[in-house]
Structures are given as structure tokens and as C-alpha cells.
Design a protein around this ligand. Sequence first.
Ligand code: 13P
Length: 254
Amino acid sequence: MVKKPFIVGNWKMNLTLSEGVEFAKSLKSKLNRKNETICGICPPFVFLRDICSVLESSGICIAAQNIHSDKNGAYTGEVSAPMIKEIGCTHVLIGHSERRHIFGETDSFINAKIKAALSVNLKPILCVGEKLNEREEGRTEYVIKNQLKEDLKGISADQTKELVIAYEPVWAIGTGRTALPEQANEVHLFIRDFLTNEYSRDIASSMCIQYGGSVKPENARELMAQPAIDGLLVGGASIKLESFLKIIEAASGN
Ligand code: 13P
């Protein structure tokens, strides 16, 4: 099966509502319909409804940056999976390193969020990645394996069809320091081996594993040329339309 590259822009806490809507309109009009990639954006919560209506039937995926694990309840400031689904989102980022390390999210919370997303047919993009000290101490594989084991507890083989995994080394996020393409590929292979052992070879090879961390127009092609990299999760370079389009173009091999 040929997998189309899946290129997603994570806007984090950037742009204004009008800038976001303009971005979405231009993205829709500039994306070549025959594009060899599938692309998506993750706007802040309060832009989602407007952007979902701009991008309706465009084929562009829209992801929330986070959800709570419960459907409803007394959780001031939180947003649930059914709320995000109802307004038209297709995907949700779960376990981004900024959520893990700035907001203290645990693997068991992340696991519950994945289940909450799947229960309403939202596709989770599960982010995993090691910190700099963990890499330097030679613990990258140990850390990634633990995250995957805990985060995917109770997720069935059938449910993996809806799941995307993003490998985002924490030391490469927002630092300008990209993982070498071969370094990223190595971890992607490790993730694929994990999925083979946990599920099956077919499932592991059909799943999309994205790379994220200082992706730019200049390095997108080289990263996508790695055999185990199926897509990109782009932060800073995704909030300028021109650079995001260049990354999409590079990923499609044009
Ligand atoms: P940067 O591309 O800004 O390094 O961010 C990556 C990221 O965190 C995407 O989720």
C-alpha cells in the first residue's frame, strides 16, 4: 500500500482568529487538488469552529491541539472530545511534549485521552519523544518504548487504523536543531518494531509515523526521503503560509 505523506501544521498558541481564517482560505485555494500529500492544521481551540467551516469538504484535516479525557464534567478550562468532534475536527494532538513537560501530563492521562478521542471517531496524533538528557544518556529507545507501552495500553489492533504517531525529540522542538534525517529514521524504525511486536507487521507498516522538530522548507525533502518517515508535524514553520506550502511541496516530491 502506498501511503501519502501526512503533513500537519501545529500552530500552538499563535496567530489571531482573522489571520487563522485567512490562512485557511488561502491554504484551501493554493493547495493543488491532485496534491500527493494529505495535509492538516492544528489551530487554537477558539479558531476551530470558523476554520472547520472554511475548510469543509476541502480534504484538509483539522486537529485540536488537546482534549480532556472525560466527555463532560467540572473541569474548568478544559474541552472534551465530543465538543471537538461536533464542530468538525477530524484529528487531535495527544501527548505533545509541551503538554507532557510544561503541563505535567502523565502517560495514563494520555492513554485515557486517546481512548476518549477514539470513542467519538476523532483520530489521535500521539506525540512521543525523548528529552536531551535522555538522548545523551543513551535512553532514547527506553523512553520511547515506555511512552508507547503506557499510552497505547488497551488500544486494539483495529483501533490502530485511526492512529497516527509523531516522533518529536524534545531537544529538536523550537530549537532550530533538527534531528539528522538518519537519526530520526532510526527512531522511526524502532517505533515500527515496537508496533510489530505489539500488533503485527502489517499494522506497523500501514501506520503513519510523522517526524516533528524544527522542520523547515530546507530540510523537509531530506527528512521525507527517509524510508521510515511517513509525514511531518511542523510547528514554527507552519504559521507562515508560504513556508508551510513549501514544506508540503517538498514532501510531495515536487
Ligand atoms: P517546531 O517545528 O517549531 O520545532 O515545533 C515542532 C512541534 O512541536 C510540532 O508539534
